[in-house]
Design a protein around this ligand. Structure first.
Ligand code: AMP
Ligand code: GLY
Length: 446
């Protein structure tokens, strides 16, 4: 199988790495890729958001499958054009990608499908925004309706700050969605879909804020780990039955089937499971952690989704290890990042046991030296027997890498490693109930 991967980031590097490990994949190309991807496979420079350019490349390379990584090409209709030209595509159509592209649309679909999510109001002027803020009360949650690379959401106790964010979205010509605040830990679950059948990957947790202890502004994601040792038993089944399958069914029913990966961003609140957001693609950096553990060949899986054949895939296989991905970001990220700084030490990090480095915003300068070229520069992935070992390895790798002004969080997966993730009461009691059920079964069979 010959595969073309569209996108420039760490997620795409993880996908390319996964594809190369699939014995049925004999050739991988990427566009535009980054310096790390270019060291593995041929890369092609193009405007990834231009459906014609991407389709022309797929034709020229005569690929069997196109995997579209980021949201922007999906929302621009790249998958639609490729499908018209006869290519199997892993990635939803423009209309189906609106599940991510418009938060207001996602809320409509969830309402239609009976999927639990935060109560929300759409506001298109400051008066409506103020009214919605007062309806839900603090903490205030204000979301830019359109795509904002994970940075369009403000969660704050400060009403003025909430209003100011809404105002800046209105000034940019957009609308906002104002929501009730969801308490409880967050979970990212990637669910593959062929339009009808769904197959979940392993759950992960992502760290959105720039600084330790979840301080500072939201970013695209500063680290992730998988699986979740603390997750309530039955969580994945519950997400499938209450969230993913009803959403996929609703999209099919609307005549816009969703083919690709439905990223379910969830909160485990005191009132139960709630969807925070949907994305129409793999999460970044969760993918770097999740795919590091997947043993089932990735190419076959993505092809089965693209061709409507997920019902016939075998149960997914995983390494029993835990994966932790820690992101190294450039100076000044998540504001306009500084670029063109030298990056050193990746080879040394890659040489450590259980460590690999995935590039994101990297490039080669005129002298062929590796430099930063984006906000999130790379991720160091550690695999270990448990979270403690996986963290240790990821951070040992990070310690070998140098980037002037580089920033990374020290506390990725720390709470989980020390058993300190707290589930709100309802989940906690359900978890205790399922534990005692499990132990009584164990006693009975003794
Ligand atoms: P989103 O872009 O919708 O994923 O939001 C980015 C981040 O903002 C989420 O991962 C949460 O940490 C936070 N967030 C979004 N919506 C809510 C909510 N209703 N309650 C609490 N936190 C939220
Ligand atoms: N890590 C969050 C995202 O991919 O949206």
């Amino acid at each position: 199988m010959k595969v073309l991967v569209i996108g420039p980031g760490g997620r795409e590097h993880a996908i390319v790495r996964g594809l190369l490990a699939d014995p049925y994949v004999h050739e991988v190309h990427a566009a535009p890729g980054n310096a790390g991807i270019a060291a593995l496979v041929p890369t092609h420079q193009l405007n990834a958001n231009d459906p014609e350019e991407v389709t022309a490349l797929a034709r020229k390379l005569d690929v069997d499958l196109v995997v579209v990584g980021p949201e922007a090409p999906l929302v621009a209709g790249v998958s639609d054009r490729l499908r018209e030209a006869g290519f199997p595509v892993f990635g939803p159509s423009r209309e189906a990608a609106a599940l991510e592209g418009s938060k207001a649309f996602a809320k409509q679909v969830m309402a239609g499908a009976g999927v639990p999510t935060a109560m929300a109001k759409v506001a298109s002027n400051i008066g409506e925004a103020a009214e919605a803020l007062d309806t839900f009360g603090a903490p205030y949650v204000v979301k830019d309706d359109g795509l904002a690379a994970g940075k369009g959401v403000v969660v704050t106790n400060d009403r003025e700050e909430a209003l100011a964010h809404a105002q800046s979205c209105f000034e940019a010509g957009g609308e906002v969605v104002i929501e009730e605040f969801l308490d409880g830990p967050e979970v990212s679950l990637f669910v593959l879909s062929d339009g009808r059948t769904v197959v979940p990957l392993a759950p992960a947790q992502d760290f959105k804020r720039i600084h330790d202890e979840d301080e500072g502004p939201n970013t695209g994601g500063m680290g992730a780990y998988s699986p979740l040792s603390w997750a309530p038993e039955g969580l994945v089944d519950e997400v499938i039955s209450r969230v993913a399958q009803p959403t996929i069914d609703e999209m099919a029913h609307r005549g816009t089937p969703f083919v690709g990966v439905l990223y379910c961003g969830l909160a485990l609140t005191s009132r139960g499971l709630r969807v925070i957001e949907f994305n129409a693609r793999f999460g970044d950096p969760e993918t770097q952690a999740v795919l590091a553990r997947l043993r089932t060949p990735l190419g076959g899986l993505l092809m089965a989704a693209a061709k409507g054949q997920l019902a016939s895939v075998e149960t997914l296989r995983w390494t029993p290890e835990t994966a932790v991905a820690v992101v190294l970001a450039a100076a000044n990220y998540p504001d306009t990042p500084r670029t063109n700084d030298r990056i050193r030490g990746i080879k040394k990090a890659n040489a450590l046991d259980g460590v690999h480095v995935l590039h994101a915003g990297t490039a080669l300068d005129e002298e062929g030296k590796l430099v930063s070229a984006g906000g999130r520069v790379l991720a160091v992935v550690g695999l270990g027997e448990d979270l403690v070992e996986a963290r240790e390895r990821a951070y040992d790798g990070m310690a070998l890498i140098q980037l002037e002004g580089g920033q990374y969080r020290q506390d990725i997966a720390a709470k989980a490693a020390w058993g300190k993730v707290e589930l709100p009461q309802q989940n906690a009691s359900r978890q205790a109930a399922s534990r005692s059920a499990a132990s009584s079964t164990a006693e009975e069979t003794r």
